[in-house]
Design a binder for this molecule. Structure first.
Ligand code: GLN
Length: 594
């Protein structure tokens, strides 16, 4: 097992996660099997109780683990399936150490950060790195570990110390450190500055870790002189300084790393059996990045939510829309709408905002109401669903988005004027969304219906079933406490709102679809967690296709994209092949001469 530790310097939020995922993508394209671990040095046990405003979206795994959104990036980039243990937090480590202490497992010893906490970290990493994550039983070859925060943070110290020891435990040829740092370019001088990087590498070395690669993040491409300076002052060879400037899309990052010869470096440093050039999957990334840059037709989707000030709060939804738009050769424009601003009360309170919000909604090609919790803005979401239903605008409701669509339908079609969800009003006869029996009202953490569950399609004719490839069963990830009241189902179905997909026991409504509407779909699960750049999630693809007016032709073609849209599966073209071979052989030459 080889370990690649990714640390960060200067400031957080410079794209360590994307660098880590891109390294994994590159290695995977060379046939190496990859796993990854994200370390978050906070005391929370998991991300389940976070407000999306704090850390962005809570990502949900197959096993129901509620984790940091970086694990979503790993899964999407590397096309792997992680488990809750792939996200380590200080809370989890301390919980395991303290419960061992309570059981008397330390035999009366004083329990300390070094060695007990640091040992627990190393054991956790070793154990989890061996678990297969790509659907077969083979132990992964390489584990990429991202340490959250920046070097020097008090919270991160036990982890840095654990890895200082770990490099000796697993031997040098099996451990490599990538340090991602910032090279700012202050406006006053316009010069790219290396001092912050020098300081953070010094700090890292002081803690006993030496970077094998220093990745310099910058807004513009880095000059050769700057690279040389980093090399001189940070005690690494020039080839070990990798520059990653802000790119048009994150899909460019694996290519940028490959161009700077990191594969031959890994081959030499870790003794990995790497081919001369990455395989076909990488050229698909190339295609993806080119397509992202060249699409000119725009598709506008209104995202009617509550956490709209922070884009990361809906990152998986955003990515899923993007994946779908890319395969349809469209440039995605997400119109974020604060659902409160669509509410009637806003008309008096702030008419400008009210009208702007409605203008944004009406100017969109499709509407998406994402998941959410709590009553703020709920009436605005119900209004958005009503508007999309009545005006035959494509609509996708995800989790809460399904629930608000059912509330609208009950109020305005079934004439149940007080219809609501038990989450927002006391439960009575008109409660159309009810609390699920297994919800435990005590704790807030880990008490929802979580993780991967089966949905069975019934005999009804269904667009969404076709989008899923006419399968009988789909498995998607859940995160909710409330569900459609089963006593409502017949009434809704009589009027055309069909529940075409249900849980295995038939009692839980999982997918709804409105008759006589171009696309009005709600799903109780979160399909965005399983969308991949090259395999968009079917409900999202449906929304985009309907929004650009191509859903019927797509279905008529047997759910195949037009030839121009689908990604080619043919071999590399001669020029592509030559380019790749040239880049790789050039890379090997440089490495050999070094
Ligand atoms: N708050 C709703 C529930 O608990 C919806 C949850 C969600 O959208 N993830 O059922």
């Amino acid at each position: 097992m080889k370990y690649i530790l990714v640390t960060g310097g200067v400031i957080s939020g410079i794209g360590k996660g994307i660098i880590a995922s891109s390294v994994g993508t590159l290695l995977k394209a060379c046939g190496i099997s990859i796993t990854s671990i994200k370390i978050d040095p906070y005391l929370n046990i998991d991300a389940g109780t976070f407000s999306p405003y704090e850390h962005g979206e809570v990502f949900v795994l197959d096993d129901g683990g509620e984790v940091d959104l970086d694990l979503g990036n790993y899964e999407r980039f590397m096309d792997i399936t992680l488990r809750r243990d792939n996200n380590i937090t200080t809370g989890k480590i301390y919980q395991s150490v303290i419960s061992k202490e309570r059981k008397g497992d330390y035999l009366g010893k004083t329990v300390q950060v070094v060695p007990h906490v640091t040992d627990a970290i190393q054991e956790w990493v070793e154990r989890v790195s061996k678990i297969p994550v790509d659907g077969n039983d083979k132990e992964p070859d390489v584990c990429i570990i991202e340490l959250g925060g920046t070097i020097g943070d008090i919270e991160g110290m036990p982890f840095v110390e654990a890895f200082r020891q770990f490099q000796f435990r697993v031997k040098r040829q099996n451990f490599l450190n990538i340090h991602v740092s910032l090279v700012p370019q202050p406006k006053a001088t316009g010069e790219q500055k290396t001092k912050p990087t020098q300081a953070s590498v010094r700090e890292l070395r002081g803690l006993g870790l030496s970077p094998d690669l220093v990745v310099c993040r910058s807004s513009l491409p880095i000059h050769d002189g700057v690279r040389e300076k980093v090399s001189n002052f940070c005690h690494v060879a020039k080839e070990q300084v990798i520059c990653v400037h802000d790119c048009s899309s994150i899909y460019r990052v694996p290519l940028l790393l490959a161009e700077q010869n990191i594969l031959p470096f890994f081959k030499g440093r870790l003794g990995l059996d790497l081919p001369l050039r990455p395989g076909r999957p990488l050229s698909k990334w190339n295609e993806l990045a080119d397509r992202y840059d060249s699409n000119t037709s725009v598709v506008k989707v209104a995202l009617v939510g509550k956490y709209i000030k922070l884009e990361d709060a809906y990152i998986s939804i955003n990515k899923s829309l993007m994946h779908a738009a890319l395969v349809c050769n469209h440039r995605l424009q997400v119109k974020y709408i604060n659902s409160e601003e669509l509410e009637d009360t806003m008309r008096e309170k702030n008419p400008v905002k009210y009208h702007e919000a409605w203008q944004k909604l009406c100017g969109s090609d499709g509407v998406l109401v994402p998941g959410g919790f709590g009553s703020r803005g709920i009436e605005g979401k119900i209004k958005a669903a009503q508007w999309a239903r009545e005006n035959k605008k494509p609509y996708l409701g995800v989790c809460l988005g399904l629930q608000v669509a059912v509330i609208d339908f009950a109020r305005n079609v079934l004439d149940m004027k007080k219809a609501n969800s038990g989450e927002f009003a006391p439960q009575d006869d008109e409660t159309v969304i009810i609390e699920m029996p297994e919800h435990n009202p005590g704790d807030m953490g880990g008490t929802m219906r979580l993780g991967k569950r089966k949905t069975l399609f019934n005999k009804d004719k269904s667009v969404i079933k076709k989008l899923y490839g006419d399968v009988e069963v789909v498995e998607e990830r859940h995160r909710h406490r409330y569900e459609v009241n089963p006593t409502m189902v017949d009434k809704c179905e009589e009027k055309g709102l069909k529940f075409v997909g249900r849980s295995e026991d038939g009692k839980r409504m999982e997918i709804m679809e409105l008759r006589d509407h171009p696309y009005f779909v709600g799903v109780q699960y979160h399909p965005e967690y399983l969308s991949r750049p090259l395999k968009p999630s079917p409900p999202y693809l449906g929304l985009i296709l309907a929004s650009i007016g191509q859903l019927s032709s797509y279905i008529a073609r047997g759910c195949r994209l037009s030839p121009r849209s689908s990604f080619s599966d043919t071999e590399l073209s001669d020029t592509e092949e030559e380019m790749m071979t040239y880049q790789m052989s050039n890379a090997l030459r440089i490495n050999a001469s070094h």
